[in-house]
Design a protein around this ligand. Structure first.
Ligand code: PEP
Ligand code: MG
Length: 882
C-alpha cells in the first residue's frame, strides 16, 4: 500500500480532492505545488496510518521505507541532507486532519537540529545567532508538544536569561546567550523526562510523528470532535516539509492572510505578517502583527508599516498568488506564507473560516463575479450560521459606557457576567447564566468555555489569534487584543484606568466595533435585506418543500412573516389558555362537573379565542394556518395552592371544597400519556366545539372584513385510532356548517391530524380516510418511540451521547432509523389511501437542517419551525433539494 505522498519539487502525488486520505493541509499543499505555486518540498503520511496506529499502537509494514524514500527525494531536490552537519535539511512536522481541528498536536519546527547540525546551519546561513535561536526554539517546541515538558519550564529559563542580561526582548540575546539557554533547556528536559534530549534526527522525526498520531486521541481533540460531530475514525495525516525561514533577517517575514475579509466578506486582501519571525509568532500573539495592506492598516488604526510598503515586490507576488488561488478554488482561502531572503513560499491554503455575514457576502459576490453559480452559493452557506445574522445587535442609540477597545474579531453583540476561566464559564453556562469569557489570550484548552460563553474578550492577540478564529467559527461575538485592559487571574479582577471589574460584573461586547462596555446595552433587530435577501431568493427558487412556522402570538407570527414563512404549521391553542385574564375561566371550565357548567365557562372563553384567530388570520393574510385543538393534559391547568382555588371557586360560584376535590380527582400519575390530546375532545366535546366555532367565526369575520380568503386547517392532536379522528372530524364539520349557516358565508378548510404516536403511524392508511393532512409531531413521536420522556431526558442523555449510544440528542435531530422509519411508513400508507394528502412536520426537528434533509428524502410537502428558524429552514430545504 501507499502510505506516503510526496509534494513539491516539480511534482505532486496528491490532489485537493484527496483530503480524506491526506488531510486538508496535505491535500492542499499537493494541489498548490501542482498548480505551480512556490511550495517547499515535503511529504504527507496518510490518515490511514493514523487509524492503523490508533488501533494497533504501531505502524503498518512498509511505512518506514516509504518515509525514507520521500525524505531522500526532498534531500535531492534541495541538495541538502537530513542529519548532515554541512547543509543540514531541517523539516517541520505538522498534523492535518480532514477538517482543521484545534486541540491536536499542531506543529514542530526546525526538526533535524542537534548539537552538530546547528553548527552547520550557523556556517551555512552565516548567522550564528539565528542558528542557535532556531535550535532553542526547536527544543522548546519539541520538548513541550512531543516530550510533554510544560512550556512554563522553558519560559522560566528564558526569562531568567533575559533578566541576567538586563534585556527585555528575545532579539537582544546573542548566539552565546542562546547557547547557554540551550544547555539549560537540555538539562531541564533531562530532569523532567529522565532522558537526554534526542540528538538523532531520525529519532526526532519518528517521535514527532508518533506525537501527532497520539494527539488525535487526546482529551482536547476528543472534546472538539464531540462538539463538532467529527467521527473518531477519520484520523489525522502528518505533513513533513522542508523548513523555510522567515527569521533570517529583515528581508524575511512570515504571515497569514485571507483572500477576502473574513469578518465582513468584503473583496479585499486581508492579513497580518511579522518581519524576521518564525511560523507561529503571528498567531501566538507574542508580538503585535502588522497589516498586509495599507487599507487594512488604516482600518485597524495601526501605525506599523504594511507589507505593501515594506516589501512591495514580494507583496506583489503574494497578490498574484491570491488571485491564482481564488480562481483555482473559487472559494475564499486562508493562507500561510513565509518570505525567506526575499523569496515567497506558500505553506498552507484552506477554505477560510468566516462570519455568517461574510459567508453571505462572499457567496453572493462570487456569483456576481461569475466564479460560482447560484446553486453553489446556496450550498456554501451554513444554515445554522444564519442564526448569527437573525439575532439582535446593539442599539446604536442606546447609551454605551465604553471602557476599552480591541479588535472587532467576530461580530454580534453579547452581554453577560465576567468570568476569567473556561471551567468557570462552563459551570455558570450550565446554570443557564450568560457569561463573557475574559482571557489574556485563549488556547485550545479553553474551547469548552468559549462554547459556553455568550462572548469572548482577550487582551492580547490579533485578528487571526486563536480566540478570533475560533469565535468566528462558533459564531460567538469576540473582541480581541483589548490591550488597555489588565486581567489579574489571581484576584479575579480586570482593570482599565480607575475602573475595576470583578468576576460576576456585567459587561457588553460589540464584536463589530471592538468596543467593551460596562453593564448591559440595549439591542435592536437585524436588517434582512441585501445579500441575505438575495441568497434567500435563490434558495426559495431551488427548494421544493414549503416552510411554515410554529406560532400562536401575533408578535411571533409577524416575526415569522418577516422571515419569509409560508403559513402556520402549528398554532398551539393551549398557549392562549394560559393568559392571565383567561386562566380562571379555563380552570372553571375544566373543573366543571356538568356539561352545562362547562359550557357556561366555555362561552366566556369563546370571544377571546375568536379574537386570537382574527388577529392571526389577518397577519397571515391568505396563507394557510394550521390550528391545533387543545392538547395538553388537563392536569396542567389545575389551580395550584389555596389562593388559586379560591379564585376559581368564586368565579364558578362553587364551594371551595368542591374545587379542591375535583382538582384532586384530575391529578394524574403519568399526564403525558394521560387525559390529553384528542382524548379531551372525546370526553369533553364542548371544548373542541368551542374552539372550532372560534376558528370558523374568525375566518368568516376576516374574509368579510378584508375581502381575502382564509385557509384554516383544523388539526386534531394525539390521535391513535381511526375512530377518534372520525368522531372529531364530524364534530368540526358540523360546527363549520352551523357557523356557515348562521353567517351566510363559507370558508374553505381542511381537517387533519397530527401523527405523534406509533400506532397512528402504523395505521396511517385507516386514519387517512378521515385526514386531509398529516403533520408529524416528532416531539411526541420521538418520546413515544424511544419511550423517553422529553421533559426528563436531559439528565441522562448527555451520558448516552458521551458513550456514543446516540449520535445526537434525538429531540434535536430526528432519529432516522426508528422515528424516521415510522414517518416513512405513515407517509407511504397515508398516500396509498389519499394520493394528495398534505404532509408536514411540526416537531422541533422542522428547524434542524439534518432533519430537514430527511423530510425532503421522504417527500414531505412542508416543514414548520419556530420563527427565528424560518430562514435557516428555507436555506436547509434548498440544500436538501440540491
Ligand atoms: C410534537 O409533539 O411534535 C408537537 C409538535 O406537539 P407538542 O410539542 O406541542 O407536543
Ligand atoms: Mg405533541
Amino acid at each position: 500500500s501507499k502510505w506516503v505522498y510526496s509534494f513539491g519539487g516539480g511534482n505532486s502525488d496528491g490532489r485537493a480532492e484527496m483530503r480524506n486520505l491526506l488531510g486538508g493541509k496535505g491535500a492542499n499543499l499537493a494541489e498548490m505545488a501542482s498548480i505551480g505555486l512556490p511550495v517547499p518540498p515535503g511529504f504527507t503520511i496518510t490518515t490511514e496510518v493514523c487509524t492503523h496506529y490508533t488501533q494497533n499502537g504501531g505502524y503498518p509494514e512498509g511505512l518506514e521505507a516509504q518515509v525514507q524514500q520521500a525524505l531522500a527525494a526532498v534531500e535531492q531536490d534541495l541538495d541538502m541532507r537530513f542529519g548532515a552537519v554541512e547543509t543540514p535539511l531541517l523539516v517541520s512536522v505538522r498534523s492535518g486532519a480532514r477538517v482543521s481541528m484545534p486541540g491536536m498536536m499542531d506543529t514542530v519546527l526546525n526538526l533535524g537540529l542537534n548539537d552538530e547540525t546547528v553548527e552547520g546551519l550557523a556556517r551555512k546561513s552565516g548567522d550564528a545567532r539565528f542558528a542557535y535561536d532556531s535550535y532553542r526554539r526547536f527544543i522548546q517546541m519539541f520538548g513541550d508538544v512531543v516530550l510533554g515538558v510544560d512550556h512554563g519550564h522553558f519560559e522560566e529559563i528564558l526569562e531568567l536569561a533575559k533578566e541576567d542580561k538586563g534585556v527585555e526582548l528575545d532579539t537582544d540575546l546573542t548566539a552565546e546567550d542562546w547557547k547557554s539557554v540551550i544547555e539549560q533547556y537540555k538539562a531541564r528536559v533531562k530532569e523532567e523526562t529522565g532522558e537526554a534530549f534526542p540528538q538523532d534526527p531520525q529519532d526526532q522525526l519518528w517521535k514527532a510523528v508518533a506525537a501527532v498520531f497520539g494527539s488525535w486521541s487526546n482529551q482536547r481533540a476528543r472534546t472538539y470532535r464531540r462538539l463538532h460531530n467529527i467521527p473518531e475514525e477519520w484520523g489525522t495525516a502528518v505533513n513533513v516539509q522542508a523548513m523555510v525561514f522567515g527569521n533570517m533577517g529583515e528581508d524575511c517575514a512570515t504571515g497569514v492572510a485571507f483572500t477576502r475579509d473574513p469578518s465582513t466578506g468584503e473583496n479585499a486582501f486581508y492579513g497580518e505578517y511579522l518581519v524576521n519571525a518564525q511560523g507561529e509568532d503571528v498567531v501566538a500573539g507574542i508580538r503585535t502583527p502588522q497589516n498586509l495592506t495599507v487599507e487594512g492598516k488604516q482600518k485597524n488604526g495601526s501605525d506599523l508599516p504594511a507589507m505593501e510598503e515594506v516589501m512591495p515586490e514580494v507583496f506583489g507576488q503574494l497578490c498574484k498568488v491570491r488571485d491564482r488561488l481564488e480562481a483555482h478554488y473559487t472559494e475564499m482561502q486562508d493562507i500561510e506564507f513565509t518570505v525567506q531572503s526575499g523569496t515567497l513560499y506558500m505553506l498552507q491554503t484552506r477554505t477560510g473560516k468566516r462570519t455568517a455575514a461574510a459567508a453571505l457576502k462572499i457567496a453572493t459576490e462570487m456569483v456576481e463575479e461569475g466564479l460560482i453559480g447560484e446553486a453553489e452559493a446556496v450550498r456554501r452557506v451554513d444554515p445554522a450560521a444564519l442564526d448569527q445574522l437573525l439575532h439582535p445587535t446593539l442599539d446604536p442609540s442606546a447609551e454605551r459606557k465604553v471602557i476599552a477597545k480591541g479588535l472587532p474579531a467576530s461580530p454580534g453583540a453579547a452581554s453577560g457576567q465576567v468570568v476569567f476561566s473556561a471551567d468557570r464559564a462552563e459551570a455558570l453556562g450550565q446554570e443557564g447564566r450568560r457569561v463573557i469569557l475574559c482571557r489574556v489570550e485563549t488556547s485550545p484548552e479553553d474551547i469548552h468555555g468559549m462554547h459556553a460563553a455568550q462572548g469572548i474578550l482577550t487582551t492580547r492577540g490579533g485578528m487571526t489569534s486563536h480566540a478570533a478564529v475560533v469565535a468566528r467559527g462558533m459564531g460567538r461575538p469576540c473582541v480581541a487584543g483589548a490591550g488597555e485592559l489588565r486581567i489579574d487571574y489571581q484576584t479575579g479582577k480586570m482593570r482599565v484606568r480607575d475602573i475595576e471589574i470583578s468576576e460576576g460584573d456585567v459587561v457588553t461586547l460589540d464584536g463589530a466595533t471592538g468596543e467593551v462596555m460596562q453593564g448591559e446595552v440595549a439591542t435592536i433587530q437585524p436588517e434582512l435585506t441585501g445579500d441575505f435577501a438575495k441568497l434567500m431568493a435563490w434558495a426559495d427558487r431551488i427548494r421544493s418543500m414549503k416552510v411554515r412556522t410554529n406560532a400562536e402570538t401575533p408578535a411571533d407570527c409577524r416575526t415569522a412573516v418577516k422571515f419569509g414563512c409560508e403559513g402556520i404549521g402549528l398554532c398551539r391553542t393551549e398557549h392562549m389558555f394560559f393568559d392571565a385574564e383567561r386562566i380562571v375561566a379555563v380552570r372553571e371550565m375544566i373543573l366543571a362537573d356538568t356539561v352545562e357548567a362547562r359550557r357556561k365557562a366555555l362561552a366566556r372563553i369563546l370571544p377571546m379565542q375568536r379574537q386570537d384567530f382574527v388577529e392571526i388570520f389577518k397577519i397571515m393574510s391568505g396563507l394557510p394556518v394550521t390550528v391545533r385543538l387543545l392538547d395538553p393534559p388537563l392536569h396542567e391547568f389545575l389551580p395550584h395552592g389555596e389562593a388559586e382555588m379560591q379564585e376559581v371557586a368564586a368565579a364558578a360560584g362553587a364551594p371551595l371544597e368542591q374545587v379542591r376535590q375535583r382538582s384532586a380527582q384530575l391529578e394524574e400519575n403519568n399526564p403525558m400519556l394521560g387525559h390529553r390530546g384528542c382524548r379531551l375532545g372525546i370526553t369533553y366535546p364542548e371544548i373542541y366545539e368551542m374552539q372550532a366555532r372560534a376558528i370558523f367565526e374568525a375566518a368568516v369575520e376576516v374574509q368579510r372584513e378584508t375581502g381575502g380568503t382564509v385557509e384554516p386547517e383544523v388539526m386534531i392532536p394525539l390521535v391513535a385510532t381511526q375512530r377518534e379522528l372520525e368522531i372529531l372530524k364530524s364534530l368540526v364539520d358540523e360546527t363549520a356548517q352551523a357557523v356557515f349557516a348562521e353567517s351566510g358565508q363559507t370558508v374553505a378548510y381542511l381537517v387533519g391530524t397530527m401523527i405523534e404516536l406509533p400506532r397512528a403511524a402504523l395505521c396511517a392508511d385507516e386514519i387517512a380516510a378521515d385526514a386531509e393532512f398529516f403533520s408529524f409531531g416528532t416531539n411526541d413521536l420521538t418520546q413515544t418511540v424511544f419511550g423517553l420522556s422529553r421533559d426528563d431526558a436531559g439528565s441522562f442523555l448527555p451520558a448516552y451521547e458521551a458513550q456514543g449510544i446516540v449520535k445526537q440528542d434525538p429531540f434535536i435531530t430526528l432519529d432516522p432509523k426508528g422515528v424516521g422509519q415510522l414517518v416513512s411508513i405513515a407517509t407511504e400508507k397515508g398516500r396509498s389511501v389519499r394520493r394528495d394528502i398534505k404532509l408536514g412536520i411540526c416537531g422541533e426537528h422542522g428547524g434542524d437542517p439534518a432533519s430537514i434533509r430527511f423530510c425532503q428524502s421522504v417527500g414531505l410537502d412542508y416543514v414548520s419551525c419556530s420563527p427565528y428558524r424560518v430562514p435557516i429552514a428555507r436555506l436547509a430545504a434548498a440544500q436538501a433539494a440540491l
